[in-house]
Ligand binder design. Structure first.
Ligand code: TYD
Length: 136
């Protein structure tokens, strides 16, 4: 998690046939999907995320009007508009993410490599920077 950068994160384009997008475990996503969750009815002014994960891999989709996501490794920042049903953003461990610009119709689907564990979260940005910059 420490040495991962935003350049290890990437948009994955999923195959689309006849208005159908199919995502097959391990074939289309580079991990075993253990959990799926989604955000909906999120207020336009809401800021979601604002945390990093220690071990969790995720692929994040923005459907309908989508949303904006900023990823940050402590040195580099990248932003993406997630508004395409056949494109998901792979986020590796050790990346701070911030989700904004939801519309009332937006749905954010997250596929995750692990079951929910609060222990895996880093919710304090200074703690995140300290972990990323620790040279010991
Ligand atoms: P959290 O991941 O903190 O926020 P965001 O949706 O903005 O990224 O999730 C919000 C709350 O939901 C938090 O109290 C933890 C809880 N939660 C679960 O119980 N299970 C889950 O799978 C997730 C993702 C969150």
């Amino acid at each position: 998690m420490k040495n991962n950068t935003v350049f290890d994160c990437k948009i994955i384009e999923f195959k689309k046939q006849n208005n159908n997008i199919t995502i097959e475990n391990k074939l289309d996503i580079p991990f075993d999907v253990k959990r799926i969750y989604y955000l909906y009815d999120v207020n336009n002014s809401s800021i979601r995320g604002e945390h990093a994960h220690k071990d969790l891999f995720q692929v994040i989709f923005g459907l309908n009007q989508g949303l904006k996501i900023k990823i940050d490794d402590g040195q580099n920042v990248k932003t993406f508009n997630l508004n395409n049903p056949n494109k998901g953003l792979l986020i590796v461990p050790g990346i701070w993410r911030t989700l904004t610009e939801f519309s009332p119709e937006s749905i954010c689907i997250v596929m995750a490599s692990e079951l929910y564990s609060e222990e895996d979260y880093i919710r304090d940005y200074n703690e995140f920077l300290n972990l990323k910059n620790d040279t010991s």
